[in-house]
Design a protein around this ligand. Sequence first.
Ligand SMILES: Cc1cc2nc3c(=O)[nH]c(=O)nc-3n(C[C@H](O)[C@H](O)[C@H](O)COP(=O)(O)OP(=O)(O)OC[C@H]3O[C@@H](n4cnc5c(N)ncnc54)[C@H](O)[C@@H]3O)c2cc1C
Length: 356
Amino acid sequence: MFGLFARKGPFTAKLSPCGKSIQVKAGDNLLKAALEAGLPWPHNCRVGSCGQCRSRLLSGKIKPLNDFSYVLDDKEMDAGMILTCQTCLRSDVEIEIEMDQPGVALSAACSVSGRIASTRQLTHDIQEVRIHLDESLPPYLAGQYAELAVPGVIDKPRSYSFASAPENEDGRHVSFHIRHVPNGQMTGWLHAANREGEKVTVTGPYGSFWLRNSSAPMLCIAGGSGMAPIKALLEQVSSQGFQRKVTYVFGARTREDLYCLEEMQQIKAKGNGHFNFLPVLSREPDDSGWEGLRGHCTEILSLERFADIPDSHAYLCGPPAMIDSAVKCLTGAGLCEKNIFFDKFLDASHLPGGRA
Ligand SMILES: Cc1cc2nc3c(=O)[nH]c(=O)nc-3n(C[C@H](O)[C@H](O)[C@H](O)COP(=O)(O)OP(=O)(O)OC[C@H]3O[C@@H](n4cnc5c(N)ncnc54)[C@H](O)[C@@H]3O)c2cc1C
């Protein structure tokens, strides 16, 4: 008689090739369980849009929370690929997942309350928001992000990348660069008035965008508030003493959209000639006197300009279209996809069916 009732979990997910196993509680998705276990499981949006958490189901039964075919193509579906952030388990399973640098231990995310300590206008549409936490968050890696919630004001949390390397914060503060998105709920609220003192909740850390152990030349590309995680990565490289060549291409529309120039100058001063910062403007008036690079930042990614693209590690952050275009240029110039790391700043308008 008891056999009539299906088991609801917890279930075990056996992972290959690493050989580890994780427990997945009833109702939890597989990615959540993996991140709670501190595994460096590739992921970005955690809402079924970016596809970075894809892995292969080798055996067992799952319950998809959404239609994977929004993101996975027919070939991937036929091969048994699944989106782990959209997967609950119906039985014990075996999963094939290629984890990056499996030795890296990531902190399990945790929620901490706090208040907005200060805000600072960085450009006409990007604000630095500094938060004082009531207690410390679990340690994050430069490049990772957190979810920011404003209870009772915003319907659900939004993701923002930490804008400083953890060694440059005091443990009780975190900072973000937040761009005002037209008709955006969270950014509309933040930019509409002085929000200092407002109560917020920060949950994290999340994300697979962190510095890989390597001496390969580093090519960073960012647009807009994509500056935040790249700045954090550069601060980490700087505090490690610049053991590698680093080039940072920052795309903006006009000179008014450039920011953190002083911070880039300070990083350059510590770079012993290893760091080059290249702002590129796409809409700067011809007669403005701007003597730097012009065009979209991806237009300058040629082998003529950067002969070492094929041997580099590329770190990209910002709007999804910019990242797609940069990945195309870099792979076209001979860089292997596994050496391209990125965080797409997806918002509700990019999600399948407009889900957020
Ligand atoms: C991993 C990650 C890191 C990020 N880091 C940063 C960062 O450091 N800095 C930063 O500025 N941003 C970052 N973002 C983006 C950020 O999370 C928010 O998406 C962004 O700030 C917009 O939030 P919002 O509430 O203002 O807009 P939302 O209210 O979420 O709306 C965003 C846009 O979608 C449209 N929209 C809303 N609902 C729908 C729907 N149902 N269908 C179609 N369109 C819809 C809105 O009109 C608007 O144009 C990151 C995103 C990710 C995934």
